[in-house]
Design a protein around this ligand. Structure first.
Ligand code: ADP
Ligand code: MG
Length: 321
């Protein structure tokens, strides 16, 4: 079993970017560009709660950072670096090597070097905590409280695949190996929309990343912005891999499915061309799915304009299982 310090040196120490003091001192040091603010966020992942203990460690390393980078994207921030906290029940070299590989590969692609952390033995389950730092011009930050009545509501990418993969793995949907193969990547290897978020700075008003389901996450924008929303159900961009599933499964996946890590954002109608251009420039499909209203509440309408009833809730860690 490697010592704590061998383990940090071998798996989690990489050369820091120029001008940055990385792993090895009491604190990391990094510069912040003039006029910018630091955007920072943390997500905790707990074994058995956020991932299956036997998940591919490379996928887990990727996802632990991806969910945090997704928050930087949702703020319109450019990644600077990250911290990794690990509470490990055991220190298996093969597991650590895979986890570190998945983590560092995504970090390198987004210029978000691992610059510090903490490593400890856990008497219980594996717990992973990542903190990210980014830089954002405060005048262009995509805050949840910035949506305005009349704004369009947009969603990036495609919805529902992660929810279906989770329910297949959890046995809530009948076994379907082909569909699991087609959806599992969305659950285990989410691609955070960091470039899109930055491209939307100065164009979009409010944004959030979809971690707990569209209705719930959009609800956070609405609460913060003191507004409501109308969603056109037929306009929601569902993943192709969901074709043929029963309507209630699709509805729950599209409106309530979590772990999506796409962006939901609002922008004024005059900005439609600019939003489409930002999506095209950053390789992110974007779909216009509704509008912000002055009246509170979310109304989801079918293709005939009739309100849908029985809307699914989103995920709540302290809610019913
Ligand atoms: P301290 O005693 O100051 O907490 P540690 O001995 O815990 O320092 O860590 C030594 C160095 O290794 C620090 O620079 C710390 O940021 C870094 N570090 C510890 N664990 C990790 C990790 N999992 N990933 C990246 N850096 C880490
Ligand atoms: Mg420490």
């Amino acid at each position: 079993m490697p010592s704590e310090f061998d383990l940090i040196a071998q798996y989690f120490t990489r050369p820091a970017p120029d001008g940055v003091l990385g792993v090895g001192d009491d604190c990391a040091l990094f510069p912040v560009p003039a006029g910018m603010q630091v955007a920072t966020s943390k997500d905790l992942l707990v074994s058995g709660r956020h991932f299956y203990p036997d998940v591919d460690p490379r996928a887990l390393g990727h996802k632990a950072l991806a969910v945090n980078l997704s928050d930087l994207g949702a703020m319109g921030a450019r990644p600077i670096g990250c911290l990794l906290g690990l509470a490990l029940p055991t220190a298996e070299p093969a597991w650590l090597a895979g986890f570190a590989e998945g983590f560092h590969a995504l970090a390198a692609r987004h210029g978000c070097a691992l610059i510090g952390g903490d490593t400890t033995r856990s008497p219980h389950d594996l717990v992973i905590s990542v903190t990210v730092f980014g830089a954002v011009d405060p005048a262009r930050a995509l805050r949840r409280d910035a949506a305005k009545p009349g704004d369009d509501i947009w969603v990036s990418g495609r919805l529902g695949a992660a929810d279906v993969a989770y329910r297949l793995l959890d046995g809530q949907l009948p076994a379907d190996p082909a569909r699991l193969a087609a959806t599992r990547g969305a659950l285990e290897w989410p691609e955070p929309r960091v470039a899109l978020g930055q491209a939307l700075g100065g164009i979009a008003h409010a944004a959030i990343d979809l971690s707990d389901g569209l209705l719930q996450d959009l609800g956070h924008i609405l609460t913060a912005s003191k507004a409501g929303a109308r969603i056109d159900y037929a306009a929601l961009p569902l993943a192709d891999a969901l074709a043929g599933l029963p309507e209630p499964v699709l509805r729950r996946a599209a409106l309530g499915g979590g772990d999506v890590y796409e962006l939901c954002f609002t922008a004024p109608p005059e900005a439609r061309d600019a939003v489409l251009a930002a999506g095209a420039r950053t390789g992110a499909p974007v779909a216009r799915v509704g509008a912000i209203t002055a009246e509170a509440g979310i109304q989801v309408r079918d293709a005939q304009g009739r309100p849908l009833a029985d809307l699914p809730g989103g995920f709540d860690h302290f809610g019913p299982a």
